[in-house]
Design a protein around this ligand. Sequence first.
Ligand code: FAQ
Length: 325
Amino acid sequence: MYAQMVQSEASTDDPEKLAAFQARIDAGEKIEPKDWMPAGYRKTLIRQIGQHAHSEIVGQLPEGNWITRAPTLERKAILLAKVQDEAGHGLYLYCAAETLGVSRDELTEMLLDGRMKYSSIFNYPTLNWADMGAVGWLVDGAAIMNQVPLQRTSFGPYSRAMIRVCKEESFHARQGFDAIRKMATGTPAQKKMAQDAVNRLWFPALMMFGPSDADSVHSTQSMAWKIKMNTNDELRQKFVDQTVPQIEFLGLDLPDEGITWNEERGHYDYSDPDWSEFFDVIKGNGPCNTDRLAARNKAWKDGEWVRDGLLAHARKKAARKHAAE
Ligand code: FAQ
């Protein structure tokens, strides 16, 4: 359905309509689902919002892994609530994508068979309890850096979903910082776990912003359409600048000896992640890609009877309503 829609709209992308559309974007107007839009705009949004939704859903797995092993009841309750929030974010985003003419089932199928991506970060394992702090602080922190500007994105449903998501993500980042602070200021063994978590997750967190600007395929067009508000490198730099004072406060180190304050630029210099590792992970070859997709495929298959039951109930209800009319 969605492929046909994008295809049939391509023929209507005449220059006058395109210019009028661009003028609306440039004037800061929001584009709503029933408005005319270029096929490429629709396609890019479905790709980005769908990928974002999938990230929220797959992103539950690395943290879900620790719910049963949280060290206290309080930490368990907090983690459970956070992971549930991520499911909610996925659902807002699937709904936003659905307004573009793609169904949630279609999006899910594209995730499950590998046609759609999700964030590279969730292909790394969470090996010790301090990872829960590091994920909340660094991963949600990077997500917020990316998502705050997206509250002003040009597509109305996406921008409204982002406003709500950002409120919850700020809570997530604060709870993550609190959890890692507790570990960093605890016993020597706890501090060692916190440092280990930072060492493993720092470069994957930097990769969340996407490839360097020189290698970003979509940035120029997405920024012209205000689907993206900043380049990947701009956001990555903001994230580094925000995180360095925090790591100093925690008394931990970042695994990058290249980090120095650059007076002239007014920013911290830092080392790039290993981009060959990034491209390998997004091609499906990261440490946990196979496990993550297997877990999502299993959940989809295990839930089949629930979906079938709900659909049968809805059909029965509709038939009864029809008969009564
Ligand atoms: N991972 O041309 P660009 C969260 C792909 S939510 C995987 O620069 P673009 C909350 C990209 O798709 C985190 N793939 O692409 C949470 C493209 O390939 P394609 C998710 C990546 O779209 C916390 C190719 O590389 N947030 O964490 C990645 O302009 C804890 C070329 O790249 C979002 O999705 C990557 N990191 O910019 C949940 C935010 N980077 O599609 C649970 C919305 C790039 O042509 C627990 N998304 N690629 O085959 C965006 O802002 C953008 O899509 C970017 C990439 C910035 C990710």
